[in-house]
Write a protein that binds this ligand. Sequence first.
Ligand code: ZN
Ligand code: ZN
Length: 404
Amino acid sequence: MKIVLIIADGLGDRPSDSLGGLTPLQAAKKYNLNLLAGEGMVGLIDPIQPGIVPGSDTSHLNYLGYDPVKYYTGRGPFEAMGTGLQLKGGDVAFRANFATIDHDGVVVDRRAGRIRAGTSKLAKDLNMKIEDVEVLFKEGTEHRAALVLRGEGINTEVSDNDPHGENLRPKDIIATSEDGKKTARILNEFYKRSLQILKEHPLNRERRGQGLREANAILYRGGGMVPKLPDFNQRYSIKGGYVAAVALVAGICKLVGLKDFTPPGVTGSTDTDVNKKFQYAVNALKEVDFVLVNVKGTDIAGHDGNAKAKKEFIEKIDSAFESSFMKIKDEIVICFTGDHSTPVSVREHTSDPVPILLHYPGSRMDRIREFDEDSAKGGSLRLRGGDLMNVLLSSANLAEKYGA
Ligand code: ZN
Ligand code: ZN
């Protein structure tokens, strides 16, 4: 049996005043999700474990069966993936800033006047090769960027150059061990070359002319090595794919070896075409055994503190079920949940357990006919994220017996 895992990012919530004390999931009209709940099982899942506030990265890793305690190597590599850089296991990634330094090389603004426009042009010119090492540089939002080194003998055993304050000089880049010497040499050379490139860059000339702060230096910190993750397909002896527009989630899926089935033109926001994503996922199931689908709008609305938008996005998801997964619900395993809670009242991720729905032919039923945070408490599922793949595989009759 084939499996689809639909993750509504940040789905879980708390009672909301603007919805008369209901959560967005409770308030939403959701004919299809309720129907699946009635025919299947519901409950709550702790994406990592009780009391741990998940990131989207640690949660997705855990759901796919990659224990973040073992495989998560820090924000650097995952934020770099979030910029859309396609990273490989063994790459070393740093979080970077465009900053402004004065004539004496002292940092006067760690955020280069909160630069927004044109950073992609700056970033493009900072891609280079130093010795046998590829340097990848990609802009993120505003002044943020990712700096990635790819090559033999590269590691994280170097100091940061970010002074973490203003009126200070960027710190010297030094190796913190014998093994870090090559990385330090490459980073020092990169810093030197980047100063030259940025100084003469047309965008900075323009900014000088407009009296804006130049983005004339790169500060970086928080190096981490992209983990080498065991291949998903080999690990579970099935073929897997994904549909996800958000670069961070897509990056993780790609890193574990899932095949990309994301349709062109979809976004990672509330305006996305959920229908199209689900259609592509249904089609992907003809080729692969497992598809992870991420829709991000619920998390965006949660961070925005917009209960109405979150409720409406859930309704959009529910109606997209109609012409996609509902047509094949009696042939496949359907799991619908979130990667964490992003309550509109908090505007951030919380550790609240997330409602989960599991539907497959012949499954047990727990007589819960509504799918929301409250009804889920009376359901039969109580899971931790790290158990999810096992539960899905055994629901699909794909699990191997443990013992004789
Ligand atoms: Zn998330
Ligand atoms: Zn979020």
